[in-house]
Write a protein that binds this ligand. Structure first.
Ligand SMILES: *Cc1c(COP(=O)(O)O)cnc(C)c1O
Length: 349
């Protein structure tokens, strides 16, 4: 086996979804965000597992992703698109029964003219400054939008992974100002907002990263194990160097394992000389630069000769690896490359 194995625990995804669902009142619907191929873990399998567990609405970033999720799920569950109704999307939205979250008057007009009577939602900008109608734009067009019976009015929090950030309450106030008195179901919370408590839940919550075991959902079950095969092990004498630019030099007689995975597989070069890999519960450190297809790891202190090493596992999740690479767990997961063999664990609970 030349490539790494990405083991995805769908039972843990379902358990995380259920645990987040249990944090909200019974009238609040817990949906699932499966954009970016379910954060790199495979949207078709993840969506199917969650649909089986009871999720009835799924969110993706763009219509093309929605088409893939619809094909995996078949008719029934609602597939919602954050980027709304973009130019060229009409046929896909219609044929695959997608639900765009319209972001502007332009999108609202396109939706109503091209697909009258077709389900849609409205996205408002309560302060993130990224997607959605501004308060002024909404005030001008809300009577048109509401006359078409949108299925949802939503907005997104910019700072919800920091519970004490003043922006959370400010956006909550603005969202209420824009939507109070309207009968349409409302949604403000992603994972962070779900953890902020019931004030932020409204009618529907939209967790993504929490399903996949990531911060800010600290109590999540671990979902991902990434196991990399050892290609060869060499003895390195004191003073010998390893890898590009000679960045690592042996200061003792050492054993170096060359492992099959590199930056082409999403293991960022920032990890060079710093990241840990795991052999069971024993750790060993990267020695030298991450190269395109290979890592070199100092396994001198291991008691056994490893056939493979884990870089994501219960001892080191995506957030912990992200900290070493000075990024966030979201980026680690969504960067995981196409070369890994994906293996899904399901039905063990
Ligand atoms: C990505 C995204 C989510 C999910 O966010 P997480 O932090 O992964 O839970 C929810 N809503 C919108 C609009 C998003 O873009």
């Amino acid at each position: 086996m030349g490539t790494g194995t990405l083991k995805i625990d769908l039972d843990a995804v379902v358990a995380n979804w259920r645990a987040l669902d249990a944090m909200t009142a019974s009238h609040v619907e817990t949906t699932a965000v499966v954009k970016a191929d379910a954060y790199g873990l495979g949207a078709a399998r993840v969506a199917k597992a969650l649909a089986k567990a009871g999720a009835r609405k799924f969110f993706v970033a763009v219509a093309e992703e929605g088409a893939a999720v619809r094909q995996a799920l078949g008719p029934g569950p609602e597939v919602c698109v954050f980027s709304g109704h973009m130019r060229g999307d009409t046929d896909m939205i219609h044929d695959l029964q997608l639900t765009p979250m319209v972001n502007s008057l332009e999108q609202l007009t396109r939706q109503i003219e091209a697909l009258p009577g077709h389900a849609f939602g409205v996205q408002l900008d309560s302060g993130m400054g990224r997607l959605g109608m501004s308060p002024d734009e909404w005030a001008a067009v809300r009577h048109i939008a509401l006359s078409q019976n949108p299925m949802l009015i939503m907005s997104h929090l910019a700072c919800s992974d920091e519970p004490d950030h003043a922006m959370n309450a400010l956006q909550l106030t603005r969202f209420k100002e824009m939507t109070d008195g309207i009968e349409t179901p409302r949604s403000l919370a992603a994972t962070g907002g779900t953890l902020l408590g019931s004030d932020y839940h409204f009618d529907l919550v939209r967790p993504g990263i929490g399903l996949y075991g990531g911060f800010p959902y600290q109590d999540a079950q671990n979902v991902v194990t990434l196991t990399l095969p050892v290609v060869q092990i060499r003895e390195v004498a004191v003073g010998e160097t390893v890898g590009y630019s000679n960045s690592w030099t042996a200061d003792r007689p050492s054993k170096i394992a060359t492992v099959s995975a590199g930056y082409a597989d999403g293991l960022l070069r920032k990890l060079s000389d710093r990241a840990l890999l795991w052999c069971g519960s024993d750790s060993c450190k990267l020695a030298g630069r991450v190269s395109m297809d290979l890592l070199t790891v100092d396994v001198t202190d291991l008691h056994e000769t490893p056939r493979s090493l884990d870089i994501l596992c219960e001892h080191q999740n995506a957030d912990q690896l992200a900290e070493i690479a000075e990024t966030i767990g979201y980026e680690i997961l969504t960067s995981l490359g196409a070369r890994y063999t994906k293996r899904y664990v399901e039905g063990h609970q």
